[in-house]
Design a protein around this ligand. Structure first.
Ligand SMILES: Nc1nc2c(ncn2[C@@H]2O[C@H](COP(=O)(O)OP(=O)(O)O)[C@@H](O)[C@H]2O)c(=O)[nH]1
Ligand SMILES: [Mg+2]
Length: 634
């Protein structure tokens, strides 16, 4: 069944609670004190089932808010997740201060649907009713409740007059409410916490995104506590799952009611981090005083509130009725995501002065220059989801944006991010590197950087076959995933070659001069001929025609290519001699499965000085295994 949340708004004593009761049969004033004093202090809830004009069943969840100016903060806690507003105005009193303030608030929160109800129609004559109707129509001109497109219905909660028409209009409006975004992760701002005998801790709230089911692991923000959902109720009935747009109650395991409170946000566990820094677009009411850079305000979003400092991104002030981009420094961390709406109220005296939309709540740790931040904000404000993701990828630069970071920054599910990134890749705007997304420009820059670094290396080191990959990665300042993707793409384009730990320019073997090539051959031959009775390396090098540093480089090359193998200081063997040794030792196994040092010396006609390093080499190569003084041939 389609669920739609309807919020009341309007001045105290204009009949909001009486209207909800007349419509639903439930008194939304549930507190003892509310009943005694006859005023609404906190938000109250009630349900009404209606049929849409198409016959589709609808479940309306009412959130009734207090009208008293002292309880606007409670009103703000209730109005956060509503789809429709009922602007309630008494036909006796017409427009009063909280009519204006509440209507400002629903507009700042971007509520786009609703209707106006003139209550207490039984208490005024026709003429008065028409005068009030005209006054109200005048006030609403140009707003989303403009009387030209949105009805003003007169009712009496006492006689029941107008209630049927109101229900018809409500059903029509509710049917038009678009289905909730199924691409977003679960978030539930807590508006009530209590403990129930036999159940334990229960929280309620209007589910603003995603869905929640029993056994799901959830996390409280900003505390970061992980909890298990034991049971789910939707609009007062046990349910297998609650989805966005429904009034939801959750029975939570492993937590005392005292540890939870209104203002906390529940999300899927492990996806999000609360923040004290937001980037927002801000709208200042025309009734407000100019808002100067650095102003402290009361900040409200969903059921949470805190104090905040507004740092304007441009200019020294926002004028009444105008808008601007700002950074918001919150006194307490909150979990908010792009698109979330908020209200700001003047620090003192406390009145509503504006509101706006969160654009970003996850600025990367690296310092951003003011101009860079502004460019990012301008790119992301009003961007399509695809372009917004691209801006987020670009902001991360060469570090890239992981899927988990993209989820934390946007609140979108991985599937949605994947879909958007596939489209952006097809348009050649971004590339993937492992799990990271990178802007195509940054990736191209990293490729060019790698090619240049390899080229410079070859020029400086003509006798070395290539450079160490880890060193190149560090030199380029790339993370492992990005580095791998850069090299893989260069290999695919035949621009570089990879050999084990090394990378080199395509076709860039070692370029040797004739005398160097000759020396290389001489060294190789000297050791190949010697078998296990190897000469000292320094003697071989001394016999060459080239200088020692070039000779040393050639040795390095031979060692790296494993033509020569170094088993000790100045003790080097040719690979072929060692291969022969390994075969001979293995063949020996049939005759004598064990060898001691003396036997080994005799067998191969070598001195102790060579025998020990060779045996240790065989141990390392798992040809032999040391057992006390002896070696077992494996
Ligand atoms: N005669 C009459 N009285 C009403 C009507 N609606 C509300 N009232 C009375 O007006 C007072 C304030 O109503 P209430 O619903 O508490 O106003 P709220 O502060 O906007 O929630 C109560 O005494 C109600 O009984 C109506 O349609 N006709
Ligand atoms: Mg009330």
């Amino acid at each position: 069944m389609k669920a739609v949340i309807v919020g009341t708004a309007g001045h105290i004593d204009h009949g909001k609670s009486a209207l909800v009761r007349a419509l639903t049969g439930t008194d939304p004033d549930r507190l003892e004190e509310e009943k005694r004093r006859g005023i609404t202090i906190d938000i109250g809830f009630a349900n009404l089932d209606l049929a849409a004009p198409s016959g589709e069943p609808l479940r309306l969840g009412f959130v009734d808010v207090p009208g008293h100016e002292r309880f606007v903060r409670n009103m703000l806690a209730g109005v956060g997740g509503i789809d429709l507003v009922l602007l309630v105005i008494s036909a006796e009193e017409s427009i009063k201060p909280q009519t204006r303030e509440h209507f400002d608030i629903v507009r700042l929160l971007s509520v786009r649907r609703g209707m106006t109800v003139l209550t207490k129609a039984d208490l005024v004559d026709r003429e008065t009713l028409e005068v009030v109707r005209m006054e109200v129509a005048e006030y609403l001109k140009g707003s989303f409740l403009d009387a030209a497109t949105s009805p003003i219905v007169a009712v009496s909660a006492k006689t029941g007059e107008g209630l049927d028409e109101l229900k018809r209009e409500l059903a029509r409006l509710a049917a038009e409410v678009p289905a909730k975004d199924s691409k977003a992760a679960f978030r539930l701002p807590i508006d009530r916490v209590f403990s129930m005998k036999g159940f334990g801790t229960v929280i309620t709230g209007t589910l603003i995104a995603g869905s929640v089911a029993p056994e799901q692991e959830v996390e409280t923000h900003p505390a970061g506590r992980k909890l298990r959902v034991r049971g789910v109720q939707v609009h007062g009935e046990q349910a297998k799952r609650a989805v966005a747009g429904q009034r939801t109650a959750l029975n939570l395991a492993g937590v005392e009611a005292a540890d939870l409170a209104r203002g906390m946000m529940l999300t899927d566990a492990g996806l999000f981090r609360p923040t004290e820094r937001l980037i927002v677009s801000l709208d200042l009411l025309s009734s407000a005083k100019p808002l100067r850079d650095g102003a402290r305000v009361h900040f409200h979003s969903f059921t949470a509130e805190t104090v905040a400092e507004i740092k304007l991104l441009e200019g020294k002030q926002v004028k009444p009725g105008e808008s601007g981009y700002a950074r918001v420094k919150l006194d307490d961390p909150l979990l908010l995501l792009p698109g979330d709406r908020f209200i700001i109220r003047q620090f003192s005296p406390v009145i509503t002065i504006g509101g706006g939309q969160v654009l970003d709540s996850m600025e990367p740790a690296r310092r951003m220059k003011a101009a860079e931040r502004l460019a990012f904000v301008q790119r992301i404000a009003n961007a399509s989801p695809e372009e917004a993701l691209r801006a987020r990828v670009m902001r991360r630069g060469i570090a890239g944006l992981s899927t988990a970071e993209a989820v934390a920054e946007t609140g979108w599910l991985d599937g949605h991010i994947h879909q958007l990134s596939v489209a952006l890749k097809q348009e050649n705007k971004i590339v993937s590197a492992g799990d990271l997304l990178l802007s195509a420009d940054d990736f191209a820059g990293a490729r060019a950087g790698a090619v240049a670094a390899i080229e410079i290396f070859h020029k400086a080191n003509p006798l070395v076959a290539g450079l160490n990959q880890e060193q190149l990665r560090e030199q380029l300042g790339l993370g492992p995933e990005v580095y791998r993707a850069v090299i893989a793409s260069l290999v695919a384009d035949k621009k570089v070659e990879v050999a084990g730990e090394q990378v080199r320019g395509a076709g860039r073997g070692v370029v040797m001069r004739d005398d160097e090539a000759e020396s290389k051959q001489k060294i190789e031959q000297a050791f190949a001929k010697a078998g296990l009775q190897v000469p000292l390396l320094k003697d071989v090098l001394a016999s060459l025609r080239i200088d020692q540093s070039r000779a040393q480089k050639i040795v390095t090359l031979l060692l790296r290519d494993r033509v020569l193998v170094k088993l000790g200081d100045d003790l080097v063997f040719h690979q072929s001699a060692l291969t022969t040794l390994r075969q001979q030792v293995a063949a020996q196994k049939a005759k004598t499965p064990k060898l001691n040092v003396a036997a080994f010396k005799d067998l191969f006609g070598i001195t102790r000085k060579y025998a020990i390093p060779l045996l240790e080499y065989l141990d390392r190569e798992r040809v032999t295994k040391r057992m006390g003084d002896e070696r077992v041939i494996l």
